[in-house]
Design a protein around this ligand. Sequence first.
Ligand SMILES: Cc1cc2nc3c(=O)[nH]c(=O)nc-3n(C[C@H](O)[C@H](O)[C@H](O)COP(=O)(O)O)c2cc1C
Length: 150
Amino acid sequence: MTPTIQIIFASLSGRNRAIAMHLQAHLAAHAQTLVTEISQADAFTVPQADAVILVSYTYHDGELPDEALDFYEDLATVDLQGTYFAVCGSSSTQHVHYGRAADRLAQRLAAQHGVAVAPVLKIDGDPSDADRQRLAALAAQVLTTLDSGN
Ligand SMILES: Cc1cc2nc3c(=O)[nH]c(=O)nc-3n(C[C@H](O)[C@H](O)[C@H](O)COP(=O)(O)O)c2cc1C
């Protein structure tokens, strides 16, 4: 059966939106994909997908984006057993807490018993060609995991 993958992104200036679309482009031929901006995402429906990929920038002083807070809080009451996940995002090494929002999202997904398919993938600023390859590899890893898990 065709797996379903939800891609949820937070993006202020567009990098993480583009990353979400890039991931979708790699996944769409093999999975049913749904891309949602995080303030519009419903944490309670995440378990309906076979896998979820969160894509987020980091803001303030290593914090989650403001518009991600409701989703993050709601997630704390959701059982993600059997849901695979990956987290990635563009943030900036110019800041002390590089990409910490991505780490926090991954920790929350794991705390709710989601199954990580890969380590958090952090991108510094605009994705380079190498970063695009790492994103493609992440997408492939999600598909491989779903293929072997279903
Ligand atoms: C006010 C401000 C605070 C930021 N704080 C952090 C931070 O603490 N850690 C980090 O890794 N990046 C930080 N960033 C960098 C953003 O996460 C980075 O520019 C990211 O690529 C933005 O993604 P977007 O284009 O999807 O909005 C900050 C950026 C701004 C403008």
